[in-house]
Design a protein around this ligand. Structure first.
Ligand SMILES: C[S@@+](CC[C@H](N)C(=O)[O-])C[C@H]1O[C@@H](n2cnc3c(N)ncnc32)[C@H](O)[C@@H]1O
Length: 336
């Protein structure tokens, strides 16, 4: 099926990377039809679509692609008139958005009305603005018009329902669920596989991995955090194995997927250790616990300039500005 995805506008490069990571993780074949600002067109199976909808943190909407053309009113109207769909009197509505003020010469409202008329007359649908059977959605982006039928509008509010303050155990050093899910997805873990967070804290990343059906293992040097993580994981009905352990001396073997957010020494403790030394020692020592196909996704402050030993291959890295004094560097490593 040909689809389009509307991605979060906050970190476009990372949103796109997350999309491909999910498809790779789940071993789904896909081809890229178009790459436009915040919009990616893909050809893939229904299973692939379901995985994006179930896993993504940065994708806002997935639609069945009906039309991709230049953002020109006549071209849009002519192209749409040639689409042969019979809605058999089903109800519909049409919404048009634009990315970053694209194509201001085209009025969104006028386009909605014109397209609505075509769908009514040629596709035999009837308008219902509030609760239609079918939702048509168009986006003006990068000088193009992308149009189709909404398959799923991904409720990012389901992540805010799991905000750290809403969990039974709260610690200020915990990351937000959207970011935690992103880190899990970037590790390219297939659902059902074993996932490790060696600086698990209150369990924020483990919760997101558990919710996509991974088997979660967590460790932390602080027994109070391990107890708190257990309470949180139980609250979300996630089976787990947790141990108190120093991430520089871990007791694991054959680990394949890790995502983690080590302490920055601000709201979570490094137990007196220098942050850069701690992260570099962790990377050095975890190496012997890894499967040969292992992937690590680690988020660290950019300014630390973390180095990793030979034996690792840098698959990718992304930079995410949080505020004036913190830019996160998300590093993706595999074994060489
Ligand atoms: C930023 S927090 C992790 C938060 C977690 N990702 C979450 O969302 O809840 C970092 C954690 O690392 C733990 N920590 C500090 N030094 C450690 C070490 N040497 N080994 C393992 N854990 C350590 C701290 O106790 C803290 O809970």
């Amino acid at each position: 099926m040909k689809i389009f995805t509307l991605l979060s506008g906050e970190h476009i490069e990372i949103s796109e990377a997350e999309l491909y990571s999910i498809l790779k993780a789940e071993n789904i074949k896909f081809s890229i039809l178009t790459r436009l600002p915040q919009v990616i067109g893909l050809k893939l199976s229904r299973r692939g679509i379901d995985k994006i909808i179930a896993r993504s943190s940065m994708c806002k909407l997935v639609g069945k692609l009906l039309l991709l053309c230049d953002a020109d009113k006549n071209t849009i109207i002519n192209s749409l008139s040639r689409i042969n769909i019979n809605l058999k009197s089903k109800t519909f509505n049409v919404r048009i958005d634009r990315v970053r003020g694209c194509c201001k010469h085209i009025s969104g409202h006028e386009l909605e009305v014109l397209i609505g008329d075509i769908i009514r007359e040629r596709m035999l649908g009837s308008v219902n603005l509030s609760s239609p059977d079918i939702r048509f959605y168009g986006i003006l982006t990068g000088g193009k018009f992308v149009f189709g039928i909404v398959i799923s509008q991904i409720k990012r509010s389901k992540f805010s329902e799991r905000e750290p303050q809403k969990r039974p155990f709260f610690h200020p050093g915990t990351i937000k669920p959207l970011f935690a899910r992103l880190l899990v997805n970037l590790s390219e873990i297939p659902s059902g596989e074993i996932f490790l967070d060696p600086f698990c804290g209150a369990g924020g990343i483990l919760i997101e991995a558990g919710l996509i059906n991974c088997r979660v293992i967590g460790s932390d040097i602080d027994p109070a955090m391990v107890r708190g993580a257990a309470v949180n994981l139980k609250y979300y009905n996630i089976d787990h194995d947790l141990v108190v352990a120093d991430a520089r001396y871990l007791p694991f073997r054959n680990i394949k997927y890790i995502s983690t957010d080590p302490p920055y020494g601000i709201s979570s403790t490094t137990m007196g250790e220098n942050v850069k030394n701690l992260v570099e020692a962790f990377l050095k020592n975890i190496y012997q616990c890894l499967n040969k196909e292992a992937k690590i996704c680690i988020s660290v402050p950019q300014k630390l300039d973390i180095k990793f030993e030979t034996g690792y291959r840098l698959m990718n890295e992304y930079f995410m500005r949080v505020h004036k004094s913190l830019t996160r560097r998300i590093i993706l490593l595999s074994k060489e």
